[in-house]
Write a protein that binds this ligand. Sequence first.
Ligand code: PLP
Length: 360
Amino acid sequence: MSIEFPEGPASRVDASLAYERARVPDGLRLRLDANEGAAPELELVIEALRQAGVDAVRRYPDAKPFEALLAQRFGVDPSQAFVSAGADDVIDRCCRAFLPPAASLLIAEPSFEMFDRYASLCGARVATVPWQPGGFPGDAMVAGLDARVGVIAIVTPNNPTGEVATLDDLRRLASSAPHALVVLDHAYVEFADEDLTMAALEMPNVVVVRTFSKAWGLAGCRVGYALGPTRIIRALRAAGGPYPVSAASLVFATAVLESGPAARDAYVDRIRQERADLYDLLERLGGAPRVSQANFVFAELGARAPAVHGTLVDHGILVRSSSFKSGEPRGLRISLPGDNDAFEMLASALRAALGPGALS
Ligand SMILES: Cc1ncc(COP(=O)(O)O)c(C=O)c1O
């Protein structure tokens, strides 16, 4: 006799919260909604896979050689580097390892939404501090500390605004909360004026999270990594599956890293120029841009955001609406295309969307 469970198994996670990528509108010509970098040369990745041979398909992956390569680049011991399925998975592991159910995550908002999601999945509380336009809210973050804070997130450059925290901010928070893990999310650091990685590696409770998805153009491969004290890195390793990155992705990431920084540097230079140009254009058009150090610019358009988003879609361009969690989109995050023609297309669509008479 079978036992009936009419309602089926009850999930402890809210199924309505599954992350969904934006729907791609018909006729899309330019996708500027995910801050993806420029692709490496196709020949480079194909040749790397050919060299690796079918073992890259047949065997379980071994991330150790790639971790050793990264460790060498940053002058740390290989036990201080951990590679995982994107910075996303590293952040997830930080939460799993350092956020017991009664603990809380402290983060300045708006910021990268996955912190909130992963902390909530751990049953932890999310404590937020408003990040107003301009400098990182260091004082308010320190004031927000208590014994329950298990993880402190510092996302710099920040997503979605592109604004940054300073070394002083990092030092202050790390030393004020020696019991907590400070996650320095440096996903966009290659585009920024200052890289805090080496200073962070001197701190006993800080882990640096970086990625190959942005400046290195490998978002589809899912390769991110953590650098930090061995004790913390070991906990991250233990906080998830043993083979988070596919062997093929490791082959591609190794190939782009070993091909040297020239292509990446040229792309980063191009992005920095576009960033200044887009900022000026938005300012001239009354688009209220934030000063960004990432590969995107945030335009704080308030109630105009949905209409501008729609006009850009009509021009075949998709950008990201940002809600700052309040429901209504309050702005648009526009990834920089890294290409002359594409930038011109974006600029003319923005002129049409925001220029005189556009929204009257
Ligand atoms: C601030 C920030 N951190 C982490 C990530 C995740 O990057 P990855 O593609 O390596 O998972 C992103 C992706 O958009 C991001 O914006």
